[in-house]
Design a protein around this ligand. Structure first.
Ligand SMILES: [Ca+2]
Ligand SMILES: [Ca+2]
Ligand SMILES: [Ca+2]
Ligand SMILES: [Ca+2]
Length: 405
């Protein structure tokens, strides 16, 4: 039997069994069977009490309840209040008693939801206590944020135009904006003064990055595309590359800029520009593709973009390149580094489910930040806080974890 037919038959059988069960169960047990969402009404008294809502409200099919329940694994959810150090398990607020449970990651990660909304949220980025993301709740792309110190969520940039691919550094958020999907502009917003400034037009649809008061992006001003930088303190724009070849995915830590560059041939290498000296350095020179670099201090990481996809790291101070992952049966992609921590997305070669992983350079340890049966990817890190895009609720939300080990 063809695989497709086998799957179709399996679906038919399952549906038939569910239909039979819903018809028979009330007669057999006398219990009421109603809407499909009622199946999640399993929270125990402890969770209900700690969440400050009554049992009926808890069991009702509200989004909040559903999301709260999804924050805890069944073992914790059904445990008694007495088993928790503080007598309570409050999953939605990121109670340590419930830490690391929902996404199925390792216990070193205290996990919580950043935004839960029926629309799609993606492209999360974090700096300090500010998390920003791209949000479709108003029918077109907007930028929203949550301040983790106050818990308050607020819009950063909305309106009929599409705003997307945000990044944040301190109190400054950057994003691209377009009304016609042809012309793109780069904007920044100062969250303290609420001032919005147009930085550049004629921008390529490639995520801008900001760090240390420097904004980098890809411009279509000259040649095919080039890397540009804006210095917030001086208001000056500098063209970083001037090559008739593709340059893309720039990233900066405020002192240096790294990007992928095709000038050496029909494949990409990683290049670096030192902002203080103006000196450009070629970091990789292989005949294969290296892409999506990230830098923090003396360390640059990137994705080796050929089967079976690996993460590499270059140390500027020693001039040494280290292969971080070496798995023929997994793809590791899209890394970001902060201090000693590298995060990336990972999936098995034969599977299609992405998870977020973290490699600690100081210990040489790789850990699973998530390991659920749904997609978790597009991760970003600042300090010990990791954010990612998460499909566990079926509509893509932004989640985060604090690395506590
Ligand atoms: Ca919009
Ligand atoms: Ca190469
Ligand atoms: Ca691999
Ligand atoms: Ca969502």
């Amino acid at each position: 039997m063809e695989e497709k037919q086998r799957k179709a038959l399996a679906v038919v059988v399952v549906v038939a069994l569910i239909a039979a069960a819903s018809f028979l169960l009330p007669q057999i047990t006398g219990m009421a069977v109603s809407g499909a969402g009622q199946g999640k009404a399993k929270g125990n008294v402890c969770m209900k009490e700690c969440m400050g809502i009554n049992a009926d409200a808890y069991d009702a099919q509200s989004d909040l309840t559903q999301y709260c329940v999804s924050q805890c694994n069944p073992a914790i959810e059904n445990s008694a209040c007495a088993e928790h150090a503080d007598g309570c398990c409050v999953p939605f607020s990121g109670d340590p008693d419930c830490g690391g449970a929902a996404g199925g990651g390792e216990t070193c990660f205290l996990e919580s939801a950043v935004v839960l909304d029926p629309a799609k949220q993606e492209k999360g980025a974090i700096s300090g206590n500010i998390v920003v993301w791209q949000d479709l709740r108003n029918g077109n792309h907007d930028i929203y944020m949550r301040d983790l110190s106050t818990g308050i969520e607020s819009p950063v940039a909305t309106g009929a135009a599409n705003q997307f691919t945000p990044d944040v550094d301190g109190n400054v958020v950057v994003w691209l904006e377009s009304t016609d999907s042809v012309n793109y502009k780069l904007y920044m917003k100062d969250l303290i003064t609420s001032t919005v400034t147009e930085i550049a037009s004629n921008v390529k649809t490639n995520a801008p990055k900001i760090s240390g008061g420097k904004i980098v992006w890809v411009s279509k001003n000259t040649g095919i595309q080039d890397i540009y930088m804006y210095d917030i303190s001086s208001g000056a724009t500098t063209q970083i590359t001037d090559e008739w070849a593709y340059q893309g995915n720039p990233y900066t830590d405020g002192n240096r800029i790294v990007w992928e560059d095709i000038r050496a041939g029909l494949q990409t290498d990683i290049y670096m520009y030192d902002i203080s000296t103006g000196i450009e350095t070629q970091i990789t020179s292989t005949i294969k593709n290296e892409v999506k670099p990230s830098i923090d201090g003396n360390r640059i990481v990137w994705e080796y973009s050929e089967l079976p996809y690996e993460i590499y790291m270059y140390d500027i101070s020693t001039g040494t390149t280290t292969q971080i992952t070496a798995t023929s049966d997994y793809y590791e992609q899209d890394p970001e580094i902060s201090g000693d921590l590298i995060v990336y997305q990972k999936r098995s070669v034969d599977g299609q489910i992405w998870d977020v992983y973290m490699y600690d350079i100081s210990t040489g340890t790789e850990r699973a930040v998530t390991s659920s049966a749904s997609h978790e990817y597009e991760c970003s890190i600042d300090g010990n806080k990791i954010v990612w895009m998460d499909d566990r609720n079926g509509n893509y939300d932004i989640y985060m974890a604090e690395y506590t080990c």
